[in-house]
Ligand binder design. Structure first.
Ligand code: HEM
Length: 519
């Protein structure tokens, strides 16, 4: 067909007196043009061009060479992808390309999400250069799903996230929230408003550092170390969230944005800072009687021990993952609390009934506070911190999803934000209404894909119980002790980095509720 068109065109041009060279060039460019059209005008874009005949694909064609990179890299990627899936009638499964060769599938439906997250076919993760350089390939999040990854998950399940250990860390959580309450009062006194994000980030970092390293929060030098780790986490977060051309094009030798260089520099710093903590603990010896994760890992039997390099990677990942997730979720919750005064009053009434006003809230009270828990669920529905579930999955072998053939090596994502805002799944999805979870008890731990903010299946978030225990207790304490008002209009705009943050940090006016004092 193409040759026929070219031949006809050539004859026409000949009749119009064009030279042989012009004819050859025109024919050449015309052929290239047709080839490109043929290659790119495929549902899902060029990375899917080899599969179009076998499949019934639905997805955007994207741009030549770039594919749908601009949509994926947008600060509102979850909304863009949800809009595209709805307009192409591809909620169950949409395909697209990143660059010329990265094939992606995305589900915006609980049933296909279950197929992706639930089985073993998508149990690896695609790894970005930045994540590799920052050593995450040797930690739980990006380790391929083999024996090493299973070993790490087991160690973390027993020594970091077991119910016994989470319960044992209540004293730490109480201590950290005491300090946060003092800072709230100090900021109110000094500035007449409270920068919520800063307080939550500091509290969250202190909490995770202490549970991972057990250095003693009040010890000399601990503030310097906290600041160093804080800067390292922020820099790593920024680097890993950044778009890097080299992830999608074979330009490994180039470093256009300087990401590779910065990652290597940061990794060297992490090895030095975390490595030094490990060395000092080893020198001090005797790990018994200590409850921190580092000591538990050092006390393992020889056959279970991790190498020093792997130990650093695993500890660094815990600090990295454990800080922002909790702080970001709590900032969204406090924003909703400040915005909906009626909901705040109802939660405080529940607290006063169950806890009274002569003592602070304890972990043991939390199960008796269904409305408070419903608020957390509703925030996870409306503002899931990982709207695209943070880190994608990778097909480890050829597989079918919804009868669509998905080749090995395809990146798979779930648009949890699209699912939690789908009117076919949730009544009035745009209304903030914690009461919906009083009417229907929906599990958020991964068994019900209508609301799975921690993912699901074998790579589900291992920190979900610890994260929720922290968020529930801190929210209860902050609500019990203070009334929260917006210091300026609450702006609910989103910005998707590694997690989905508030674009404009929350600023509140806070009034003590009386009865309870900060310690
Ligand atoms: C409280 C808010 C949190 C949210 C919303 C959250 C969300 C997520 C999500 C969506 C995933 C991907 C799951 C999947 O692929 O199915 C994940 C993985 C992970 N999370 Fe969390 N997380 C939170 C807290 C934490 C905490 C506190 C830690 C550790 C201290 C943590 C450590 C991890 C790790 C290590 C992985 C990788 C698991 C693997 O690949 O096997 N997370 N998280």
């Amino acid at each position: 067909m193409k040759l026929f068109i070219i031949a006809n065109l050539s004859i026409l041009l000949f009749w119009f007196g064009a030279s042989t060279l012009t004819l050859t060039l025109l024919s050449f460019f015309f052929y290239v043009f047709l080839f490109l059209l043929n290659h790119y005008l495929v549902p899902g874009g060029s990375a899917w061009s080899g599969y179009r005949h076998a499949l019934k694909l639905q997805g955007p064609v994207g741009w030549p060479v770039l594919g749908s990179i601009s949509d994926q890299m947008s600060a509102l990627a979850h909304r863009k992808l949800a809009g595209m899936a709805a307009s192409l009638d591809a909620k169950r499964l949409m395909v697209y390309s990143l660059g010329t060769s990265t094939r992606v599938i995305i589900s915006s439906h609980p049933e296909t999400a279950q197929q992706i997250l639930g089985g073993s076919s998508f149990s690896d993760r695609p790894i970005k250069q930045s994540a590799r350089a920052l050593m995450f390939e040797r930690a739980i999040g990006f380790a391929p799903s083999g024996a090493y990854w299973r070993h790490l998950r087991r160690l973390a399940a027993v020594h970091m996230f077991s119910p016994k250990r989470i319960a044992g860390l209540e004293g730490l959580r109480q201590h950290v929230v005491d300090r946060m309450a003092v800072r709230v009062e100090e900021e109110m006194e000094e500035r007449r408003f409270v920068g919520v994000k800063g307080i939550l980030q500091e509290g969250s970092l202190n909490n995770i550092i202490e549970s991972v390293f057990g250095l003693g929060l009040e010890k000399e030098g601990s503030t310097d170390l906290t600041l160093t780790l804080h800067d390292m986490v922020n820099e790593g977060y920024d680097l890993i969230s950044r778009f890097n051309l080299e992830d999608y094009f074979p330009l490994m030798f180039l470093d256009f944005h300087g990401v590779k260089r910065k990652c290597h520099k940061l990794a060297a710093k992490v090895k030095c800072v975390v490595g030094q903590i490990v060395e000092e603990r080893k020198r001090a010896g005797d790990f018994s009687g200590r409850s921190d994760f580092l000591s538990a890992l050092l006390a393992l039997s020889v056959e279970d021990q991790l190498s020093d390099a792997d130990l650093v990677a695993v500890l660094w990942e815990m600090i990295f993952r454990g800080t922002d997730t909790v702080a970001i979720l709590l900032e969204w919750i406090m924003a909703r609390i400040a915005l909906h005064q009626d909901i705040q009053a109802k939660a405080q009434e529940e607290l006063d009934t169950i806890v009274g006003n002569h003592r602070h809230v304890r972990d043991s009270d939390l199960s008796k506070l269904p409305y408070l828990q419903a608020i957390v669920k509703e925030v996870l529905r409306v503002h899931p911190p990982g709207p695209l579930l943070s880190w994608a999955r990778l097909a480890v072998h050829d597989v079918h999803v919804d009868k669509v053939f998905v080749p090995a090596g395809t990146t798979a994502m779930v648009n949890m934000w699209a699912i939690t805002h789908d009117p076919a799944i949730w009544k009035d999805p745009w209304t903030f209404k914690p009461e919906r979870f009083i009417e229907e008890d929906v599990s958020i731990m991964g068994s019900d894909l209508r609301l799975a903010p921690f993912g699901s299946g074998r790579r589900v978030c291992p920190g979900k119980a610890l994260g929720l225990a922290t968020v529930h207790l801190w929210l209860a304490r902050l609500l019990h002790q203070f009334k929260w008002f917006p210091a300026e209009p609450v702006d609910l705009s989103e910005c998707l980095m590694l997690s989905m943050e508030m674009k404009k940090p929350l600023v509140c006016r806070v009034i003590p509720r009386g009865g309870l004092t900060s310690q």
